[in-house]
Design a protein around this ligand. Structure first.
Ligand code: RNT
Ligand code: ZN
Length: 413
C-alpha cells in the first residue's frame, strides 16, 4: 500500500502536484450528507412524497423509524473519511404532531445528539412538499392566503431550528429553501405566483437571524413530474432574488436543461456572490436523482471549485435518492464519488494548465488534460481511505453486503 502511494506521489510530484497536500485538503472539506437517501424522502411526520420528485424502486431495507435511519447513517459514516455535515429536512422532525408550521428545536434534539456524537455540523431544509397544505401544487406562491401563511410560518420556524443547530454544534447551518410550486399545463399568468413567492420570501427573511450562523440558500428548478409547464422558482427567479437579497444561490445539477452544465456556471456566480451552494446529483434524462458517479460532470464541478480557489466559498451537499438498490450502498457510493472527484480536482497542476491556456497553447492543454486522466489517482484515493481509517474499494462493498444480511434483511414486514 505504502509502496503504491509513494510511486503515485513521485509521479504527481513530477508535474508539480503534492499528493500529501491534496489528501490533507480533502480531509478538511465538509460534504453535507443528505439524510433522505435512507428512507426514500418520506420522513417522520406523516407525509407522502409529492412535489414533482420521485423515488423509484422497492429494494428491501428502507429505514422506517428515526432509530433505523440513525443506525444506517452510522454505518454510512463509518465508510466515509473526513469531516462532514448531516443535512436534515424538516419532515425528519421526531414527535411533531402539531403540524409543520409549529415545528420546533425540541423535535430535533435526538438529531443534535446524533450530530454531536459524530462530530458533525447540521444543515437544514424546510419541507414544502409531501403535505396536505400544498394546495393545487402551490405553497409559498399560493393565491390562498391560509396556505401561503402556513408555509411562511413553517420557513420561519425552520430558521429558528437552524439557529439552534448552529448554536448546538458550533458550526454554521446552511438552510435551503426549495419549493415545488408549478403547473402541469400552460399558466395564464407566470407573473402572479412569482410575485407572491417573492413576497413570501421577503417576509420569511424579515425575521431576524444571525447571518454568521445561518446561511439561507435558495434552490431553483426547471420542471418536475406533473409540473412540466411552469416552475415558479426558476433559475432566473432564484438567482435574481438571491443576489438582490444577499442570500446564497443554490444550484442542483439536476435542475437544468440536459446540455446546460453547472460546472460552467460556478465561475460566473462566484464573481457576484460571496458564497455558493450546490446539490450534487446525477440526472439521467431528467432530474432523476440517481446515485452520483465519478463521471465527467462531477469531476468538472469539483475542478471548477478548486480552480476558482473556492473551497471555503462553496457549500457542497449531496442530493439523490435511489430506492432500487441497497440504500446504504447508494449513500456511500455517491458521497465517496463526490470526494473522489474532489481529490481528482485537487491533484491537477492548475497553475500549469492555466498558463497553457493564457499562452494560447491549446494543443498542449488538451494533451496535459488527457494525460492526467490515466495518472495513478486510485492509489492516492486508497491512501486517503487508509489514513482516515475507512475501507476502500470492494472491501467497503463487502462490509455493506454484510450489513444487508444482518440488519436490512431483518426489516421486512
Ligand atoms: C428537488 C430538489 C430538492 C430535493 C430535496 C429533498 O428537486 O432537488 O433539493 O431533492 O430537498
Ligand atoms: Zn436539490
Amino acid at each position: 500500500m505504502k509502496e503504491r502511494y509513494n510511486y503515485a506521489k513521485n509521479i504527481y510530484a513530477k508535474i508539480g502536484v503534492d499528493t500529501d497536500q491534496a489528501i490533507a485538503a480533502l480531509k478538511e472539506l465538509p460534504i453535507s450528507i443528505h439524510c433522505w437517501q435512507g428512507d426514500d424522502v418520506i420522513g417522520f411526520d406523516g407525509g407522502e412524497l409529492s412535489g414533482g420528485i420521485q423515488t423509484t424502486g422497492n429494494y428491501p431495507g428502507r429505514a422506517r423509524t428515526p432509530e433505523e435511519l440513525m443506525e444506517d447513517l452510522k454505518k454510512v459514516l463509518s465508510m466515509i473519511g473526513g469531516v462532514h455535515k448531516l443535512n436534515l429536512h424538516a419532515s425528519y422532525a421526531i414527535g411533531n404532531a402539531e403540524g409543520r408550521d409549529k415545528v420546533a428545536p425540541k423535535h430535533f434534539e435526538p438529531w443534535v445528539q446524533f450530530a454531536k456524537k459524530h462530530g458533525m455540523g447540521l444543515d437544514f431544509n424546510p419541507t414544502l412538499f409531501g403535505h396536505s397544505m400544498v394546495k393545487d401544487g402551490l405553497t409559498l406562491s399560493s393565491p390562498d392566503e391560509t396556505v401561503r401563511r402556513y408555509w411562511i410560518n413553517h420557513c420561519k420556524a425552520c430558521i429558528r431550528i437552524s439557529e439552534y443547530f448552529a448554536g448546538e454544534t458550533g458550526m454554521p447551518c446552511v438552510m435551503n429553501i426549495w419549493i415545488p410550486d408549478g403547473f402541469k399545463d400552460i399558466p395564464a399568468s407566470r407573473y402572479l405566483p412569482r410575485a407572491r413567492f417573492k413576497e413570501s420570501l421577503d417576509e420569511i427573511l424579515s425575521a431576524p437571524y444571525d447571518k454568521e450562523k445561518v446561511y439561507i440558500t435558495l434552490e431553483s428548478k426547471v420542471f418536475g413530474i406533473g409540473l412540466e409547464s411552469y416552475t415558479v422558482g426558476s433559475a432566473e427567479f432564484c438567482l435574481g432574488y438571491s443576489l438582490k437579497n444577499n442570500i446564497t444561490p443554490l444550484m442542483d445539477n439536476g435542475h437544468y436543461h440536459p446540455t446546460e452544465m453547472v460546472s460552467d456556471k460556478i465561475s460566473s456566480l462566484l464573481l457576484y456572490s460571496d458564497k455558493l451552494a450546490l446539490h450534487i446529483t446525477r440526472p439521467v434524462r431528467w432530474d432523476s436523482d440517481h446515485v452520483v458517479l465519478l463521471d465527467d460532470e462531477t469531476k468538472e464541478i469539483c475542478r471548477e471549485i478548486v480552480r476558482c480557489g473556492a473551497l471555503k466559498k462553496v457549500f457542497i451537499a449531496t442530493d439523490y435518492f435511489d430506492a432500487g438498490i441497497n440504500r446504504i450502498c447508494a449513500w456511500v457510493t455517491g458521497v465517496r464519488n463526490v470526494q473522489k472527484a474532489m481529490l481528482y480536482a485537487l491533484l491537477q497542476p492548475n497553475n500549469t494548465l492555466e498558463t497553457l491556456q493564457e499562452e494560447g497553447n491549446m494543443t498542449a492543454l488538451m494533451v496535459y488534460q488527457e494525460e492526467l486522466k490515466t495518472m495513478p489517482f486510485g492509489d492516492v484515493w486508497d491512501a486517503f481511505c487508509e489514513e482516515c481509517g475507512v475501507l476502500s474499494g470492494l472491501e467497503c462493498f463487502k462490509e455493506i453486503q454484510q450489513y444487508e444480511k444482518t440488519v436490512l434483511e431483518k426489516r421486512q414486514g
